[in-house]
Design a protein around this ligand. Structure first.
Ligand SMILES: [Zn+2]
Length: 281
């Protein structure tokens, strides 16, 4: 992993890759350079180095760089970028701007649509190695969530692409990988904030209590008599509905962890409902 922080360090490395900026990058004082202007949405400024965190940016332009390349070179990962417009006209990231153009860079719209296959209810996710707590919460909500604590960047991209999973990460470098089909930056340091951010972004259909939080397996309903040997007598007396993970065999019952998980589920449902209602006409 290259680490989540250090936006400045990442930018510096980008400039060294011999792209359009290598001979000086952003140089607001040098009028000899042709320039393109960016107007960056407030929500995206967090990706810029602190010293350059301004909505308006004047960037040197060699006439051949694409809009996507220019936006990424100032630090904003393309998966976080919404519509790009020049003079009110939508342009693709592959568009080559003219000197003097003003490019408006919007944040990705919420809720953001994810391409789903036939019969697929909600996006599938793959979480970067540092997001273990978030992965368990997404599984609690019934979202198909792959997570391993030992995968390197190339392996993450391969699995995300092969299984059409949205790769969730706090590593900006990972989001810049061209091969990645769909990625998203997770905002927040606390799992509560991270979960709210993701639910607000994707507003996925939730199926709480249907998935194993340990391994992501689907829970199959089982009768009380089938779990007698695996759960305590007191539990058997108190609960009637059980599920067993189809993969690892772990037995679950509602209320197993007190009210905290119920709280997480209820707040998640409220968050998704608020985004969905807001998005409806
Ligand atoms: Zn399991």
């Amino acid at each position: 992993m290259t680490g989540g922080g250090g936006g400045r360090r990442v930018i510096t490395r980008r400039w060294c890759e011999g792209d359009a900026w290598h001979s000086g990058g952003v140089d607001e004082s040098d009028e000899n350079h042709q320039a393109v202007h960016l107007e960056i949405a407030d929500e995206l400024l967090t990706f810029l180095p602190a010293s350059r965190r301004r909505v308006r940016q004047r960037v040197a332009h060699d006439g051949t760089s694409t809009v996507g390349h220019i936006v990424e070179a100032v630090g904003v990962p393309l998966p976080e970028v919404g519509p790009l417009t020049i003079g009110g006209t939508r342009v693709e990231p592959s568009h080559r701007p003219q000197a003097g153009d003003l490019v408006r860079v919007a944040v990705v719209p919420r809720p953001q649509a994810v391409p789903l296959e036939n019969g697929q209810e909600a996006p599938r996710f793959l979480l970067d190695v540092h997001l273990g707590t978030l992965s368990r919460r997404l599984r609690l909500l019934g979202l198909d969530t792959a997570y391993h604590n030992d995968m390197d960047d190339p392996a993450l991209v391969v699995q995300a692409n092969e299984e059409r999973r949205v790769l969730l990460t706090q590593d900006r470098g990972l989001l810049r990988r061209r091969a990645l089909w769909f990625g998203a930056y997770v905002r927040g340091t606390r799992p509560d904030d991270q979960l709210r951010d993701l639910l607000g972004r994707f507003a996925p259909r939730l199926r709480p209590w249907t998935r194993c939080t340990a391994c992501n397996g689907v829970l199959l309903p089982v009768g009380k008599e089938e779990v007698e040997e695996q759960v305590r007598e007191g539990t058997l007396r108190s609960y009637d509905v059980y599920g067993r993970c189809e993969i690892c065999g772990q037995v679950y019952w509602r209320g197993a962890h007190g009210g905290r998980l119920e709280e997480i589920v209820q707040e998640a449902e409220r968050t998704v409902a608020s985004v969905t209602n807001f998005a409806s006409p």
